[in-house]
Write a protein that binds this ligand. Sequence first.
Ligand SMILES: [Fe+2]
Length: 254
Amino acid sequence: MATTNRRNFLRTSIGFSAATVATTALGVNPLNTLVGCSSPTSSGKESAESSGTPLEFTQEPLGYEYNALEPNIDARTMEIHYTKHHTGYISKVNDAIKADKITYSTPEELFANISKLSDTVRNNGGGAWNHSFFWKSLRAPVDGNAPAGALMDAINGSFGSFDQFKEQFAAAGAGRFGSGWAWLVSDQGTLKIGSTPNQDNPLMDDAELKGKPLLGIDVWEHAYYLHYQNRRPEYITNWWNVVNWDFVAEQLDA
Ligand SMILES: [Fe+2]
């Protein structure tokens, strides 16, 4: 799996970059490519309905070994998280999309209409998309891990400093009661921090926080409990070491 995964990651990365350029040029939101879903290139619901090809979430290769993030996130947690939790969300949302005869062709359309759909689609669709986004936002630990360039400038401009940003973001994650996510989003070009419950995300039409996701942290207990038990703040502190700031910068530019 190790070699195959690395090979698949390279292929996926190259494919993603090319697809991002292509879809951007065509005016199609590259987030569709990012989450790993099969869908037509239609961006309108009516077109999607006539195409008869509703979106189908897929699980891309993780892109690194399960132990790549240690000691910050342990291998067993990553394996269970990826092969059980994420796989389960994808399977269930695809079943629900078929059962409910949903015809939206992109995750953006699905989430923009999520308030009209079932809790099964909401929870598992969010779980499918959020985790795909999460895996891509992580990488092996880097000493002094921090953003650079325009992203750092934007963070400094919005939050005063990188340390103040981290403090606010960590507080959003630690303060989310129960299960959920903390996010950094761009809302009409303004960077904001907030959190969402369960598997909600900032693309949902009725989300507590709205905007284009740039970075998100999973603060469900399944993301950290094996290693950290109830110490969520410690998990968040160590999670900073494995944030893939290049990915975050790509989201800002997209
Ligand atoms: Fe999770």
